[in-house]
Every structure is written in C-alpha cells, then in structure tokens.
Write a protein that binds this ligand. Structure first.
Ligand SMILES: [Zn+2]
Length: 459
C-alpha cells in the first residue's frame, strides 16, 4: 500500500474533529496576542482580500516561468502543546522577536538544540530569551529541522501554558512559516506517489494550494497557524525527512517543485470563492456529497462518478467482527442510547441516494438504535473501516461490513486522478471533474502573512 494511504487522512477532521487542546491553544495564545496588540497582528488583520480573475479556458496549464511568490503558509508541526523539543539548523541563523521581527540572538548553527518553555520566556539551545513569541530564521537557503523533518522557511515558537493536573505548565507551539509554493511542492510529494502521472500531480498541486489558502482565509486573524502538517490537513514532509531506516530523503523532489511551478498560483474557485477543496485517497467509484461532512461545504463538492480508481487498493474492502463487540463499543461511546439493546437481531440500512451516507437502524426486536455510517466508523475506528461508504449485514452473530474507498470520499479522488490522467485527461479536466462547477483561477493576493514575508528565506 502506498505510504500516503497509511493512516489515511480525513481532511474533514480539520473541521469536524477539532481537538480541544490545539483549538484552545490557538484561542488562548491568540487572545494573549490580541491583548498585546502587536504590530504583526494589526497588519495581519489588514491583509486585503485576494483578487481573483478567471483564466480563459485553455486546455492545458501553461508554465508560468516566474519565480516563487513570497506568500507564506503557517503549518503547525505537532498536535497538542510541547514542553520541550529538539531543533536543528546547519546554517547560520537569526532569532527574532516574532511580533516585531527585531533580531534578539544569532548563531552559526543549532545542533540538537533543545527548546524549552521557562518561567521568563523561552530557551533555545544556549539562548535564554525573555520573550513569549520568537522566530528562528535560517540564513540563505538553510533548512530548519524538527522531529526528523527539515523545512524551508522559519519556525515561530509561541510560549503559552498548558494544564498539568491542577497546575498550569509552561509549554509552547512550533509553527513552520513556509513559502506557499514550497509548501505545495512538498504536499504534492508527500500526498501523491512520484509514479503517478504528471497531470494527476499537477491536479494535486492545484487542489493542495486551494485547500491551504482556503484554510488560511477561514482561520481567525489571531490564530497561530493555518494547517496541520499531518494528514489531518494535508501531509507535509517538508524539504527533507529521515525515514524509518534513518535515511535522509527528499520530502520535496524536483518533480514536486515542477508540479508547483507548472500550476503556480492556480487555485479552484466555486461561485467566485476559494473553497476548502477536500480530497481523499480512493472514492470507490463515486465521491460523496460535501454535505456528508458539513452543511457549510461549497456547492462544488457534489457527488460524482469516478472511473479512475477502479484498480486502487481499498476500492472494495471487507471487515468482519462479532455483533457483541460492536454493541460493546457502541455502549462505551454512548451508553445511554445503546444500553437498551440487549442483543442484535436485525440491521436495516437506508441511503437516500448514492452520494449520501447510509444510515443504519439496529434492533434487538424490542428497542431501536439509529446511527449513521460516519458515527459508526468513529466508534469502530477509522483505520478498521477505511471509509464511511459501507453496508452492514448480520449473519451468525457476526457483522459483515462491505465497504468501498479510503478516506472521507468527498472531492478529488487521488487514485481516480491517476486513472483519469492515464486515460488522457489533463489537470484542469481532472479537477473540474471532481469539483463540478469550479473554475481554475489565478490567485493574486497580498502576502498571506505580510508582516513576516521579507524575513522568510525564499527559494
Ligand atoms: Zn475514485
């Protein structure tokens, strides 16, 4: 199974499964920053709305030939808050106060430098810094490392406090501020195998850029990051990473950079608006309607048929488990609603149409329990049930689950894009197939994060 399908993301998790810790982190630290009325935040709040113009309908994506733009995406590199971290920088670096960009320390390199939240601020290797928000900026084209990955751009570290029992413990968040197009190049390589056709990877670049910009526009101005670096948003390995065997590999290949360049600044708009372009690995033959994730998804997230992913892993899958085990799991998660189901006698399934999720009615003959396939998948595990598209059958006290696809199955189907590209469709056709009614537009904006753009190492 391709690496990018393991532990496959539900992009929906960004909206639907906000982990309270990070949400509170963003809110808490954001509020702290608002109180300080920093120049950076004032400037962030004043960033103009992007100007969009629709590209005339050419059948291929013309290479732009222009260099990378300075727009920046903020990627949080961990879940929850950190109390310590080890970072690396092989080149000279400058540490700035994050709110003013004023240099406060520098050095020749950082080798296994420990970052720690201390009562008065932050410690970074040998530097004791009396500041609550700092930015570490490698000089030149240097990379900066954390957790076995090496990133372009800079790290911004915000000190805060997390709950530790009844006490508040100093902690921090670590956010990679990376040029948008470098981010897109890495996401293409992180999300889609290098063996996939060029037009599929170009389509992935457009979808990934759209997703990131939509998230940026959606988060509050005071938020500290736009996206997660994991499949919770989009998988992002950075420029280089160390794999399980200890090898240092490219997280951003020349082919990934080329996909970003060929599609530079191209995004999808729906009724003139950039939208959250959800996507998943394999739809199983038909994508699901966006309303299966949220009532607020864009109108272009319509269910469509997909002939491209027929040969993909998990196009069809089967799982079996004892009926008692399913009832026990349901009872753990929601005891009040299931405690009256003594045993499982029958299961009825209802599905309004192919683009909607099935609903199940479980009964022991006297009592009834209704549950959607999404909720049941959460209960039984998103790894055990690769997608929410499945049917249930009860036979000999066993639940037989037959499903299709991997991921939430809304929007762009990565394996479907592979199949469509192999049949001759270009990137524009592919994205317009999966987001019917969407247009490919050129994104022109002020820098996403104007205050820091001049300080971020660009390629
Ligand atoms: Zn598909």
């Amino acid at each position: 199974m391709p690496a990018h399908m393991q532990g496959r993301r539900d992009s929906s998790g960004v909206v639907l499964l906000i982990i309270p810790g990070l949400f509170l982190l963003a809110l808490f630290v954001g509020l702290q920053q608002l109180r300080s009325r920093s120049p950076e935040l004032r400037q962030l709040a004043e960033v103009d709305a992007p100007r969009i113009r629709t590209i005339s309908g050419t059948s291929s994506l013309a290479p732009s030939g222009s260099r990378y733009s300075p727009q920046t995406i903020r990627v949080v590199l961990h879940e929850g808050l950190l109390s310590t971290a080890t970072i690396e920088c092989a080149t000279p670096y400058v540490i700035q106060e994050a709110t003013t960009s004023r240099p406060i320390a520098q050095g020749a390199n950082l080798r296994s430098a420990e970052v720690e939240a201390i009562p008065t601020g932050l410690r970074v290797g040998p530097h004791l810094l009396d500041f609550t928000a700092i930015r570490i900026v490698p000089q030149g084209s240097g990379l900066i490392g954390f957790g076995g990955n090496f990133y372009r751009g800079s790290f911004t570290i915000h000190r805060t406090r997390s709950e530790d029992g009844l006490k508040l413990r100093p902690s921090f968040s670590l956010v990679n501020h990376v040029p948008l197009e470098s981010y897109v190049a890495s996401v293409v390589d992180s999300e889609m195998p290098a063996t996939f056709p060029l037009e599929a990877r170009d389509a992935q670049a457009i979808v990934a850029r759209t997703y990131a910009i939509a998230r940026h526009k959606m988060v509050a101005p005071s938020a500290l990051f736009d996206v997660y670096g994991s499949t919770r948003s989009q998988k992002y390995l950075g420029a280089e990473y160390i794999d399980a065997k200890g090898r240092r590999l490219k997280g951003e290949t020349p082919a990934g950079v080329a996909a970003a360049q060929r599609t530079e600044q191209l995004v999808l708009t729906c009724q003139g608006q950039i939208f959250t372009s959800y996507y998943s690995a394999v739809c199983g033959g038909r994508t699901l309607d966006g309303s299966t994730m949220s009532q607020r998804t864009a109108p272009c997230l319509k269910s469509v048929t997909c002939d491209g992913c027929r040969n993909a892993p998990l196009y069809r899958w089967q799982v079996q488990l004892p009926a008692e085990q399913m009832l026990a799991r349901l009872s753990e998660v929601s005891p009040a609603s299931t405690s009256n189901l003594a045993s499982l006698m029958t299961i009825r399934m209802r599905q309004e149409d192919a683009g909607r999720l099935p609903q199940f009615t479980l009964t022991d003959g006297r009592h009834f329990q209704q549950i959607s396939s999404t909720d049941l998948r959460r209960v039984l595990g998103t790894k055990e049930l690769p997608s929410p598209q499945f049917s249930l059958r009860l036979a000999n006290h066993q639940i037989e689950i037959e499903g299709q696809g991997s991921g939430h199955c809304v929007g762009f189907c990565q394996y479907g894009a592979k199949g469509l590209a192999e049949s001759g469709m270009n990137a524009r056709g592919i994205v317009q197939h999966y987001y019917p009614g969407a247009e490919v537009s050129r994104y022109q904006s002020q820098p996403l994060h104007a205050a820091e753009a001049p300080n971020v190492a660009s390629r």
